[in-house]
Design a protein around this ligand. Structure first.
Ligand code: ADP
Ligand code: MG
Length: 213
């Protein structure tokens, strides 16, 4: 199965909806261990993407990822704005294809996550969105290498994203604002990990729903 950027406007709208549905929960998470603005930042980003979405659907993948990254970089703000911007710009740089297969996407996503690690000077286990992004990138690559079906990979990614998000609860933050709290950051899910998991799950759920049965 191959994918083109024409699927992006629908995904952007679904992400906007899931963010609205989880606004209060995420605001509370960022109030607990950050400054409370994470959902506001994300909503600025998604509103920027909604405004651009018809144009994005007409681009090739490399240009679409770049446009998404630049839009998030300028519209969002916060640590998460530059990190999400970096994710998509990193993906854009790794994209040579006009239509993406699962193995292509697995490689491209891994490159984007690598760029986020460099930009944030962070690794797994630091209580950030990377505790979702890194395991998801690994499962994607493993699934593509093992020639798993798309349906199998999607279910694998969903559980990796949820487990990664949950794992941040018991971590002590060593990056970002939450790191100022040191030991007191333990016991709360990282807001950036939660929203990253929500976004990934809504994307893969929708792709699963579109698979031929
Ligand atoms: P800010 O921290 O500037 O208020 P947000 O509230 O929008 O920005 O985003 C906070 C989230 O960003 C955190 O929950 C965490 O997941 C993520 N984050 C912060 N710093 C880093 C970093 N260095 N590397 C990766 N992710 C980070
Ligand atoms: Mg914040």
């Amino acid at each position: 199965m191959k994918f083109t950027p024409s699927l992006l406007p629908n995904l952007i709208q679904l992400i906007a909806n899931v963010l609205v549905q989880n606004t209060e929960e995420v605001a509370a998470l960022d109030q607990a261990i950050g400054d409370g603005d994470h959902m506001v930042n994300l909503q600025r980003g998604i509103n920027g993407l909604l405004a651009e979405s018809a144009g994005i659907a007409q681009l090739d993948w490399a240009a679409a990822f770049k446009k998404i990254g630049m839009t998030l970089m300028t519209a969002m703000g916060g640590a998460s704005g530059s990190l999400y911007g970096t994710l998509f710009i990193g993906m854009s740089k790794a994209t040579k294809q006009s239509e993406l297969t699962l193995p292509d996407f697995a490689e491209i996503f891994s490159e984007g996550v690598q760029a986020v690690k460099q930009r944030g000077k962070a690794a797994a286990g630091e209580k950030t969105m990377l505790d979702v992004l890194i395991p998801v990138a690994e499962r994607l690559r493993k699934g593509a290498l093992a020639s798993m079906t798309l349906a199998e990979v999607i279910s694998d990614i969903t559980s990796a994203a949820i487990a990664g998000m949950e794992s941040t609860r018991d971590m002590v933050a060593t990056k970002g604002r939450a790191s100022f709290l040191e030991e007191r950051s333990r016991g709360h899910i990282d807001p950036g990990a939660r929203t990253c998991q929500l976004i990934i799950c809504v994307i893969v759920n929708e792709l699963a729903a579109q698979l031929p049965t």
